[in-house]
Design a protein around this ligand. Structure first.
Ligand code: NAD
Ligand code: GLY
Length: 363
């Protein structure tokens, strides 16, 4: 088992990674102070419930837990305030109490909404994340960012709310469709490009196996552990995104705008991050800040089976509509993270729309 500790102002928490970890879920829960007989709300979606939730629920029931299963709708298009509001209605109807935990089982969409609900319910109830997609295991379950989308832009409503623990079982990914697994590689490539040399080396030799079939459990476990170690280190140092954590948004300013322009759900988050990183690399090259990075990235995106061509029908003007409301916008200008070498990025608001337009047309 691998274990990392994330430092947070509201309390440090462990991230555990092990194949088959969930077989001993009752022990994990009692270790956290919720013994048999406690009430647990399993927050998930219908897809994950049918694949994994029933087995998990049965193990809790047979260990004597009082289980409440609560469903959020599936898909980015449902990551909205109304879905969280319905979830809160259901939990409040159960007369939930402040010490009773939410166990949030699912991908980033379920995790972001479940975490947000936990942060506002009774002014905060404990939440444990059990992430079930690559994006959620390597990124969204760690660091306490929660929230929902708004027609004005992505993740515009939310909170920083650290979980009590994150329990990762790479085996859960065996049921994940190949396209979703590949999308998660977008975030893993990001960690390599912003500075994790071990991930760069691993991707150099392993990208085709990671992006292909059959599911290579050993290689995936290594990629997940290394990514978790990188994310845990960064958010421990800068929980509320004062500086270092902004580097995790490499590829996200363009990526989020692309998601918005295509309509939330029109492209997978990890796919949009991949294209967003490519756009940022081309902008950096056009500004004379770097050379050759987009070629190396392009090789990885292709080998991973990720999209590498900018959608023809999305223009700079379309993106601008969403930049204006990006959370890292200051004085009307979005901050973008640009790569300057492989393993090093910088933040800037010093670029012009024409450079961005030319960079996108290069793609
Ligand atoms: P997702 O949650 O929509 O999951 C993708 C699909 O896979 C869904 O249909 C889901 O039901 C299904 N699924 C989940 N687990 C499965 C499994 N084990 N087997 C089969 N199917 C499974 O998408 P995602 O890529 O996990 O998350 C994307 C979201 O995460 C975006 O909204 C993004 O903004 C957010 N995000 C948040 C953070 C953060 O720090 N909070 C970081 C990165 C991404
Ligand atoms: N996914 C970006 C962050 O956690 O800051």
């Amino acid at each position: 088992m691998k274990q990392y500790t994330v430092h947070s102002r509201l309390g440090d928490y462990p991230v555990l990674i092990d194949t088959g970890l969930l077989r001993d879920l009752p022990s994990l829960l009692s270790g956290m102070g919720w013994p048999s007989g406690s009430r647990i709300a399993l927050v998930t979606n219908p897809v994950v419930l049918s694949l994994h939730g029933k087995r998990i629920g049965d193990s809790l029931l047979s260990a004597g837990y009082r289980l409440e299963t609560l469903l959020l709708p599936d898909g980015e298009a449902h990551k909205v305030l109304g879905s969280v509001s319905s979830l809160l209605d259901q939990i409040l109807a159960l007369r939930w109490e402040r010490r009773e935990p939410l166990l949030v089982l699912g991908g980033g969409v379920t995790g972001d909404m479940g975490g947000f609900a936990a942060s506002v319910l009774l002014r905060g109830v404990p939440v444990v994340h059990i992430p079930t997609t690559v994006v959620a295991q390597v990124d969204s379950s760690i660091g306490g960012k929660t929230g929902v989308d708004h027609p004005m832009g992505k993740n515009l409503i939310g909170s920083f709310y650290p979980p009590k623990a994150v329990w990762i079982d790479p085996d859960l990914l065996m049921t994940l469709p190949l396209r979703e697994r590949r999308a998660g590689l977008g975030e893993i490539i990001k960690y390599a490009m912003i500075g994790n040399a071990r991930l760069s080396a691993l991707l150099e030799t392993g990208i085709q196996s990671l992006g292909g079939e059959p599911f290579d459990e050993a290689l995936w476990s290594e990629a997940i552990s290394e990514s978790v170690s990188e994310k845990s280190r960064i958010v421990s140092e800068d929980e509320h995104e004062g500086g270092l954590r902004m580097t995790l948004n490499f590829g996200h300013t363009f990526g989020h705008a692309l998601e918005g322009a295509l309509g939330f759900g029109g492209i997978l988050h990890g796919e949009a991050v991949g294209l967003g990183m490519l756009a940022a690399a081309r902008v950096s090259e056009r500004l004379g800040l770097s050379g050759g990075l987009s070629e190396r990235l392009l090789f990885l995106l292709k080998a991973a089976g990720l999209p590498y061509q900018w959608p023809r029908d999305v223009s700079v003007e379309d993106l601008q509509k969403f930049w204006g409301s990006d959370k890292k916008t200051q004085g009307g200008r979005a901050t973008i993270i640009l790569p300057v070498s492989w393993g090093k990025v910088m933040m800037t608001r010093d670029y012009d729309q024409e450079t961005v337009r030319l960079a996108l047309s290069d793609l």
